[in-house]
Design a protein around this ligand. Structure first.
Ligand code: ATP
Length: 319
């Protein structure tokens, strides 16, 4: 549904985004995670067509954003970090105004009512936006993003500044929207992403440093152990050799390292010691193991290592 290919954005000497590629499938909720200044907003602004890239392409449902900007943009609903609300308008008037601005071609009254129902603000329809709580204002932001039923939703830090109850409500809303939309959500808060997203893409200094399913990255489930490996060689050979080890349940490549090496996470049945088998398997295919760590790394530990630049704390996010 969304395809980003070799995307780069330079601001003078600063490489805000450095040759990143990824795709997001239909109905997937992708979390874009990274510390302050990592390049999340720049990437999202390019995907939405708000700023142009230095090089690379972004295709939304088959439409390239620079070649077919009108068609591509019509497929995206965007919720910026600070939603562009006209706070002197009532919720309904604002949505009518945005409906016209976006030139949505659906039955106006019915569509606005449907969107308000979806984000649960029907009861606030006639209230002036500036008098609403921050949580409700965020829902109005979601409602404008949903106008026109775009298949893709881009949400920039959607729960920033909300209280814990509002955060839970907005997470529920995102999950429910994920059933019908492809969602890309950015956050600098790890718990935010792991609570709502199917897949996590970690960005640091403009580069993707990890791309994996949330449950593959987080600590192992009961009955399984994990082994983190850095191995040099062709990923397909390494993965198939490890998969052949009887006690191995799953193996995933989780990040690229320098040169021809990569990090793999091997999940295996408890009470088996697969280290020796992995060592032998890698020796057989001539792929040197550069690092091997037994035990379960938490998502936080992994994230800190991936983005190791010291300006992050995993509980609150930015320092
Ligand atoms: N308009 C601009 N001019 C110059 N440099 C910029 C501009 N916008 C962003 N940058 C720089 O590009 C890098 C990436 O910024 P970006 O805002 O994309 O990061 P981010 O991950 O979204 O961070 P945050 O969570 O703080 O918004 C940073 O070094 C930032 O200073």
């Amino acid at each position: 549904m969304v395809e980003v290919k070799k995307l780069t954005k330079n601001y003078g000497n600063i490489k805000a985004v450095d040759n990143i590629s990824f795709t997001v499938g239909e109905g997937e909720i992708l979390g874009f995670l990274g510390p302050n200044g990592a390049g999340k907003s720049t990437t999202m602004n390019i995907i939405t067509g708000y700023i142009s890239s230095t090089s690379g392409t972004v295709t939304i449902d088959g439409k390239e954003i620079l070649e077919n900007p009108k068609e591509a943009k019509a497929k995206i609903g965007y919720l910026p970090e600070i939603p562009p609300l006209y706070t002197d308008m009532t919720v309904k008037k604002y949505l009518e105004f945005m409906f016209d601005l976006k030139k949505v071609k659906l039955p106006k009254k019915e569509h606005i009512e449907e969107v308000m129902r979806l984000v649960r603000i029907t009861e606030q329809a006639d209230r002036i936006i500036k008098n609403l709580s921050k949580g409700y204002r965020q829902r109005v932001g979601f409602a404008q993003a949903l106008l026109g039923n775009p298949p893709v939703l881009i949400l920039d830090e959607p729960t920033v500044g909300l209280d814990p109850m509002q955060i839970i409500e907005i997470r529920k809303l995102i999950k429910s929207l994920g059933k019908k939309h492809t969602i890309i959500l950015s956050s600098h808060v790890l718990s935010e992403i792991s609570a709502t997203c199917d897949r996590i893409l970690v960005i640091s200094n403009g580069k993707i440093v990890a791309d994996a399913k949330t449950d593959e990255l987080s600590s192992s489930t009961a009955g399984e152990e994990k082994l983190a490996l850095v191995v040099e060689g062709a990923a397909s050979d390494i993965i198939s050799a490890i998969k052949n080890i009887p006690a191995v349940i799953r193996v995933n490549k989780i990040s690229e390292k320098n040169g021809n090496s990569a990090k793999y996470m091997v999940e295996y049945e408890k009470d088996h010691d697969v280290c020796r088998d992995v060592f032998n398997a890698m020796a057989r295919i001539g792929c040197p193991i550069l690092d091997m760590q037994s035990g379960n790394e938490t998502l936080e530990e992994m994230f800190l290592k991936l983005t190791a630049n010291g300006n992050y704390d995993t509980v609150g996010g930015k320092k």
